[in-house]
Design a protein around this ligand. Sequence first.
Ligand SMILES: [Zn+2]
Ligand SMILES: [Zn+2]
Length: 346
Amino acid sequence: MRAVQLTEIGKNLRGADVTIPKIGSSDVLIRVTAAGICHSDAHYRAGISKIDRLPLTLGHEVAGRVEKVGSDVRNLSIGDRVCVHYLVHCGTCEFCVRGLEQFCRTGQMIGKHRDGGYAEFIKVPAANAFPLPDEIPFEVGAIMMCSSATALHALNKARFKADESIAIFGFGGLGFSALQLARALDCGDVYVVEINPAKLASAANMGAVPIDARSEDPVDQIKEATAGKGVDVALELIGSAKTMRQAVLCLAPLGRAALVGLTAESMSIHPYTELINKEAEIMGVSDHLAAEIPALIEFARSGKLRFPPETLRVVDLDAVQINAALDALQDSIAHVRTVIVPNSDS
Ligand SMILES: [Zn+2]
Ligand SMILES: [Zn+2]
């Protein structure tokens, strides 16, 4: 089969002719019909995020049709439409049995620790393949399995509930999903903090109150808009100590700040006046859980989570086109996701 692989760190991906993977008794073989090209893939290619073996077929945002099923697989049949949860886990360790597979000691991420979806076929454990309703296009089924799933996990971690107000710091892919999911959960007012005018306009179009962080301190703006109270939940999706601190400072009493963006910077908080006084909470958010995927699929099926056609761009399973898409990701600001659709031009 055809695959597009990372063969050397810091170099372009290359097309390869590889063997179709043999499946075990609990696996399925999926014919890939859509694979999202993600920022993380650009980081693997550049060597910013470490991967442990080469060559590697990238691609952790995958949807397709079941081509073969292992002898023990009961929940899926040949021809089923599926989307893939990217964390392959043992299912039996102390974390997996509690449904916390992101801490599985032998967990492997598809497209990082094992071959991913930049290929005609992918092998995954059947437990990682979720039925994809007909209403959800394959392209959406692929890309929602990364940033949208993580945005939902962040809302769940923050115990976000109906009528609560929320501040979303950063309106990239995560923020785009977080806003829609917050609304699907019947949120109160939503504040989107950004410095990019196009993103602020887009957030306003989607019903959020845009907070332009260039003009004035976003914490002051949020406090002013909430009559001094602050918000119930803040999601930090940027990965900067400055905005993380702002996410904490804009909280109302009993507010929760969920930190999703990655940074190695230190953040300073004054415990008494900024945290203890209002019994605020700060929590870390890492990836998402298989148990959250059915709810995510239902939000997409019912149209509450949408990726309109103008936000999707399709390329073929072709190294030149994929490398160009990865290059463009570095400086992209638009909410446009590129999806590989094998044989898209045929
Ligand atoms: Zn991704
Ligand atoms: Zn485990």
